[in-house]
Design a protein around this ligand. Structure first.
Ligand code: 5AD
Ligand code: SF4
Length: 477
């Protein structure tokens, strides 16, 4: 799959934002506003853009108005996400005019990669356009833009150069963090733009990843999510002192589990074809491995899976899930579905509904098929009407909502180890994350932030759990 299941606009007009602070006698900081669309990979990239710009004196601000630099980190996965970029750019143009042209506007991410020159043509207020493998070049591009020299477009594909050039340390936001371990995809599902926007599959070395995780652990991170467009295709160079063959994700996970301070490990997002036996076994024998697996299936009909070039059947997917559940019986399974792929009949859609009933998902993301320029599926026969796509999406989402609500309700009465991530919206309330990635709210003092607390779950809705804290526990989960 692709980067991560949850494709969304992160926060109102915000994304990664914090108030700009400077010591009274310090040199004035420049305001940076990053607006993030799309998957967790983009969230991670936005954090890294912030890190790259920090030495230049840029500090995050809460709103684009008055910011010196606004970066829109874009998503190209579906048409809707792409169109939103242009409407946001229209609003930014007005703000730039109001600032007397002081604001610099940069477009980053997958739309930048796919439509770089078109963005500059459609919205001349844009100063810089950079693809996902080029954001380490942002300082150089900003300098060029300020002198009005050189190219405004950077859409090269050198992932290795990017990882080497990025700052080696990071400022985490609380006890959870994403760590990119692999990027790109060679699977070429026929509906998907990722192999074109993110490029060929490439894994980071184990040494690089481990030093990033150690740095985060030293700064209080306890829960890491290993990220990749196809994360379980990971095949990183082994630690230099060990040598030998490339490591798999299972081996990497077991190694990271030994890093002091790292209590919880997750990975997202994976492809069924890369769920090897060792990774499945790690779900059962590695206590830090959280009982949560996001394994996109896309469809339940073998005919459609074949047309999608997924490389597995519905029964092979069922078998993988059965083996994962045998290794870790309480594991929460998440997925992504696409409805209305070209040629999808009523019977094909019913096969998707049946697969969802059989697996019984804890959470699932479902989308109407969106034709993406340059992908093979756009050329296929039998495009499904919007009305039928709508109908199928509603039927599937009704089933998935029921499953999610039932999964959350099944926690009521249980005691879960909750990693406290911050204050809740109501005064006196704290917010945290269960092993199954559920949001949990409970009343507690805010001194508990960053600790793992046993919380007795008293009620549940489709989107969150409410509980009562029992005691602070020190173990992984
Ligand atoms: N149309 C609709 N959904 C898509 N996805 C990827 N490409 C498309 C498309 N062209 C969905 C898949 C993927 C998720 C991140 O986005 O379900 O897993
Ligand atoms: Fe995922 Fe397939 Fe897209 Fe690769 S091509 S990112 S496997 S959906």
């Amino acid at each position: 799959m692709t980067g991560g299941g949850r494709f969304f606009r992160i926060g109102g007009f915000s994304g990664i934002s914090r108030r700009m602070t400077a010591a009274p006698d310090a040199k004035p900081l420049k305001g940076l506003f990053i607006s993030t669309y799309g998957c967790q990979m983009n969230v991670y990239d936005s954090e890294r853009i912030r890190d790259v710009l920090k030495p230049l004196g840029y500090a995050p601000v809460d709103a684009p108005e008055g910011a010196d630099l606004v970066v829109i980190n874009t998503c190209h996965i579906r048409e809707k996400a792409t169109e939103k970029v242009y409407s946001e750019l229209g609003k930014l143009k007005q703000m730039k005019l109001a600032s007397g042209g002081r604001m610099t506007i940069a477009v980053a991410g997958c739309v930048a990669q796919a439509e770089g020159a078109e963005i500059i043509r459609r919205q001349p207020a844009v100063d810089l356009v950079l693809g996902p493998q080029a954001y380490h070049k942002l300082p150089e591009m900003i300098a060029r833009a300020s002198r009005a020299v050189g190219d405004r477009l950077e859409t090269g594909f050198d992932t290795v150069e990017k990882f080497d050039a990025l700052p080696k340390t990071r400022d985490p936001d609380g006890p959870t963090a994403f760590v990119s371990v692999q990027e790109g995809c060679d699977k070429f599902c026929t509906f998907c733009v990722v192999p074109y926007t993110r490029g060929a599959e490439m894994s980071r070395s184990v040494d690089d990843i481990v030093s990033e995780v150690r740095d985060l652990a030293a700064k209080g991170v306890r829960d890491v999510t290993l990220l990749g467009q196809n994360v379980n295709a990971f095949h990183g160079a082994p630690p230099r002192i060990e040598g030998g063959a490339d490591w798999t994700l299972g081996r990497l996970v077991r190694y990271i589990a030994k890093i002091g301070g790292i209590d919880r490990i997750r990975y997202t997002t994976s492809h069924p074809r890369d769920m090897d036996d060792d990774l499945i076994a790690a779900h059962g024998d590695t206590p830090a491995m959280m009982p949560f697996l996001h394994l996109p299936v896309q469809a339940g009909s073998d005919r459609i899976l074949k047309a999608m070039n997924r490389g597995h059947s519905a029964d092979q997917y069922r078998d993988i899930i059965a083996r994962v559940r045998a290794a870790r019986p309480d594991i929460a399974i998440a997925t992504d579905f696409i409805v209305g792929f070209p040629g999808e009949s009523d019977a094909d859609f019913e096969a998707t509904m049946q697969l969802a009933r059989d697996i019984d998902y804890a959470i699932a993301y479902s989308f109407k098929y969106s034709a993406r320029p340059g992908t093979p599926a756009t050329e296929m026969h039998g495009h499904v009407s919007e009305a039928v796509k709508d109908e199928r999406l509603q039927a599937l989402q009704a089933l998935l909502r029921d499953q999610q609500t039932a999964f959350n309700r099944s926690q009521v009465g249980k005691t879960l180890p909750v990693l406290v991530t911050g204050r809740g919206r109501i005064p006196g309330q704290m917010h945290g994350r269960s092993p199954y990635l559920q949001s949990v709210h409970f009343e507690a003092p805010d001194t508990l932030v960053n600790s793992i607390v046993d919380v007795k779950i008293v009620s549940a809705t489709m989107s969150s759990l409410t509980g009562e804290p029992l005691r602070v526990c020190e173990t992984a989960q």
